[in-house]
Design a protein around this ligand. Sequence first.
Ligand SMILES: [Zn+2]
Length: 98
Amino acid sequence: MPMPSYPIRCYSRGCEELAVYKIAARWSDGVTQELKTYALTCPACLAESFRTSRAKQAACRLAPGETLESPGIYELARGRHDPELLRRTDLEQQLLQT
Ligand SMILES: [Zn+2]
């Protein structure tokens, strides 16, 4: 699915900022693979959203044969498809260390 062309707002409750990052994890059932979105977030809410997304992922129950990676941080870019999104492993590492 391409990103919609209208502005996307941060998922955090009460936050009016535009989303800049997408927190998503690769899911696969062995046949198909997709990016499962956990949150869209502005820079200010990133740390909290990332923490919550990791907790959700860890609590997720998988069917036999399914795999779900730890959520990663992707830079949102208008008009880009999921496989083209830039992954910010530098930010992930920063947040995991704090
Ligand atoms: Zn926010």
